[in-house]
Write a protein that binds this ligand. Structure first.
Ligand code: GLP
Length: 240
């Protein structure tokens, strides 16, 4: 499978081979891959070359190194289409996963000028600040901080936010969520975020801000989320 006469570097060929084995399911998520020595012996190449290939695959998120244990095939990333206004719970259920929310913080704060403007309330008005870890099959995927105007959703209770907020808004309050804007940005996990998401400080994350609106144009929520970049990728369909 490795062609030493090819103009393609050997580490690159090995990288492609390992990727293919992952894609074909010959190496499964969570499975430990052979050691550097084993790859080197199988392909009759140097361990340095193997290390280079594996380092690249770790950096690209295909493999994960666990100290003192070995190198494992990473869990497949969730591919989230950037189409349609869906909730976290809907997205996870659509993939056969059980959505969850661990509430870290839930209280009322006075709207600062920026949030007041975005939520179309007066400065200092009461707004909810809701911080939740979003889980899929119990695993942390994202850290979400939502701001919602108290006048729009009076009497929001802790039990309403420990599952789907959209479900509560639409099915219990009878409001219609119509559209949203969403901005994605690359960043790295800060200490607190890393702890909550069970990743290393400095690991790549995706910052997402969603501003969503009701059918009468009234702003419903401003949500700032930190998604694990090792678990999520976004897909957009384009037409020309
Ligand atoms: C996504 C969005 C959030 C939204 C949430 C609602 O995560 N980024 O802006 O608040 O879905 O999800 P759920 O209804 O599961 O609480």
């Amino acid at each position: 499978m490795i062609n030493k006469h090819s103009p393609l570097p050997i580490y690159y060929q090995l990288e492609q081979n390992i990727k293919e084995m992952i894609e074909k399911g010959e190496l499964k998520p969570g499975e430990m891959i052979p050691s550097e020595r084993e790859w080197a012996e199988t392909y009759e190449i140097s361990r340095m070359t193997v290390r280079q290939a594996i380092n690249n695959l770790v950096n690209d998120g295909y493999l994960v190194r666990k100290r003192g244990k070995g190198t494992f095939v990473a869990t497949k990333k969730i591919e989230q289409p950037l189409k349609g206004l869906t909730s976290f719970s809907e997205d996870m259920r659509a993939r056969g996963m059980e959505p969850g929310a661990k509430v870290l913080d839930f209280h009322i704060i006075p709207a600062n000028p920026s949030l007041a403007e975005q939520l179309d309330v007066r400065e200092g008005a009461d707004i909810y600040e809701i911080r939740r870890i979003r889980l899929a099959d119990q695993l942390p995927m994202a850290l979400e901080t939502a701001y919602i105007s108290c006048s729009l959703v009076p009497n929001l209770a802790a039990e309403n936010i420990s599952s789907s907020i959209y479900d509560f808004i639409e099915n219990k309050l009878g409001l219609t969520i119509r559209f949203a804007t969403q901005v994605l940005e690359a960043s790295v996990a800060r200490k607190m975020e890393a702890e909550m998401l069970q990743i290393k400080e400095g690991a790549p994350v995706l910052l997402i801000q969603r501003n969503s609106y009701l059918d009468n144009g009234q702003p419903l929520e401003v949500v700032k989320s930190v998604y694990r970049a090792d678990r999520y990728k976004f897909m957009i369909e384009m037409e020309r």
